[in-house]
Write a protein that binds this ligand. Structure first.
Ligand code: 3PG
Length: 213
């Protein structure tokens, strides 16, 4: 898959809803109900981070939920890409970008949302053909003013800012011309997931899905 095609597909995922939940799930038994709760609340695109031993099984379970679009986050290596693809992830997300990781995603036909935190990183990805990128870590990198600053000279790159984004600052990003959606973990807090409070998570998802952009 070419970087251009990958970016086109990644942009489509980003446009499904204003927020992509970033999920860290320890128990695959919780995956189905969690995905259903988020989809029911209006957030179909789900990023499952490969940060727990259960993550690949979580992707497998979530991929069965109608209306969900499940991706793998925290892709760092070629092995991660292959495992994510095999588990049924339909897109990938990475905190940064290396040539080996980009090569692996292109070779495995996994559309990637690659991370960039500076103008130079965004330019390097743009040179390779990636016009849809993740701005990470968004708040620590200067937040919405920094992303606005990058957008002035590089308007052709559109972003999904992630990292420190919450209901209180999401609007600052979503009002920018170069932001397609935001990513965040606040819609699936660990305590609600552990308690199986699916109604509570659907309520948070509905609130996030109603954010203007
Ligand atoms: C992450 O790396 O975990 C994501 O960027 C989500 O960050 P958040 O927990 O600050 O939303």
């Amino acid at each position: 898959m070419t970087p251009e095609h990958a970016s086109e597909l990644a942009a489509k995922v980003c446009l499904l809803a204003p927020v992509v939940p970033v999920l860290v799930v320890d128990d695959a038994a919780l995956a189905g109900p969690l995905a259903q709760a988020l989809v029911d609340g209006g957030l179909p695109a789900l990023e499952v981070t490969l940060r727990t031993p259960a993550a690949l099984d979580v992707i497998r379970e979530m991929a069965k939920i109608d209306g969900g679009v499940v991706g793998a986050g925290t892709l760092l290596t070629e092995k991660d890409v292959e495992a994510a693809k095999e588990a049924g992830a339909t897109f990938g997300v990475s905190p940064g970008a290396t040539d080996r990781l980009l090569d692996a995603c292109e070779a495995n036909d996994l559309p990637l949302l690659p991370g960039a935190a500076t103008a130079t990183e965004a330019m390097r990805l743009l040179e390779r053909g990636y016009t849809t990128q993740k701005f990470f870590p968004a708040e620590a990198s200067g937040g919405a003013p920094a992303l606005k600053g990058i957008g002035a000279p590089i308007p052709q790159v559109k972003f999904c800012p992630t990292g420190g984004v919450s209901l209180s600052n999401a609007r600052d990003y979503l009002s920018l011309g170069n932001t397609l959606c935001v990513g965040g973990s606040w819609v699936a807090p660990k305590d609600l997931v552990a308690a199986g409070d699916w109604a509570g998570i659907t309520a948070l998802a509905k609130e996030a899905a109603a954010l203007p952009r």
